[in-house]
Design a protein around this ligand. Sequence first.
Ligand SMILES: Nc1ncnc2c1ncn2[C@@H]1O[C@H](COP(=O)(O)OP(=O)(O)OP(=O)(O)O)[C@@H](O)[C@H]1O
Ligand SMILES: [Mg+2]
Length: 376
Amino acid sequence: MMEKQKPLILIIDDEEALRDGCRQALQKSGYTVLTAGEGVEGVKIARERKPEIAFIDLKMPGMSGMEIIEILSKDVPDIVLIMITGYATILSAVEAIQKGAYDYLPKPFNPDQLRTVARRGLDHRNLKIETRRLRAEKERMEKSFITFVSHEMRSPLVVIRQYIESLKAIAGDRFGKDVTDIIERCNKRIQGLEELIEHWLDLSKIENGTFVQKKETLKLSHITARIVEEMVPVCMAKGISLLTEVPENVRDIVGDEEGLVRVFTNIIGNATKYTPEGGTITISARNDDSYVTVSISDTGSGIPHDKLPFIFEPFFRVKGKDEQHRGSGLGLTFCKKIVESHGGEINASSKEGEGSTFIMKFPVHSSPAEASQAPS
Ligand SMILES: Nc1ncnc2c1ncn2[C@@H]1O[C@H](COP(=O)(O)OP(=O)(O)OP(=O)(O)O)[C@@H](O)[C@H]1O
Ligand SMILES: [Mg+2]
């Protein structure tokens, strides 16, 4: 087994007696000690040997302790800087900490006090490194978890769906409605599960920054035309009218076309679920100097007042109502994240029995330079 390396401590102090005293006390506790009598030499040693801890005298001729702290906190990763001072004023302590020091040791001190501060500094450093390692590990696991889900769960679902399709074909008209109904219900549940996985994967991708979004200047009338094309068949099948009131001259928005199309189709998809036959869904848009506002309203069942604050929460669904409408409760969470990633906001208002309106506000970008600084 490899021998564990002794922690390296650097003492930068112009008093020789103090350097020697510290060296003896720390070596006794198993540390390797380097010393420097002034700042320039101390910085050079620290850069080359990268000690775990540096004790730095605040008041020295030449380079001051404060300057050394400032340089080393930038140049030597994870170094724990502790200032030694004869006159620890609150002000100097605050300044040193602002510049990157972790702790201070007031003079005079005895070997035990020195060792306690060294131990504490080392614990702090180990904790910091461990936290960073765990955070990186967590990120790595989250990313591989997404891959795991997409491969291990989606593929069997695809296979099951193919089996169900085959079953339907085989059944043909040989079986009664009771059997075909069950097959159809299986099909719907599988579809729901597939949608849940898709939504959930997208959300994790947004959260860990792997959901790729473009930043383009987009014409709203072009986007709404695409949405209408996509949603008209669903609305027609349900006997719902889909109206658009989007003026040609409404200001452009900057963002990701595919993401926004999904936001709008999700909201309209919800509206089609909760609007009875004969109802209307209206997409409208307007702008002022700061925002382009897009509203999607329906004449459906509405959302109870006390449930409205929660509809953008993951997995939230209004229970007991229209149980035949299945869903994951992630659709609006996805919409909110995407709208917010465009620097915008989304809100809903609703009156039970009369309908709901979803309002999205996107910032107006007047110049391409401003657009490139938009939050991503
Ligand atoms: N236009 C609407 N009218 C009435 N209720 C709505 C409307 N839009 C959303 N809701 C309510 O808000 C809940 C959350 O919507 P969300 O889109 O997040 O989930 P979902 O549609 O149930 O499932 P998913 O979209 O993930 O398949 C819905 O379950 C529904 O109860
Ligand atoms: Mg939905």
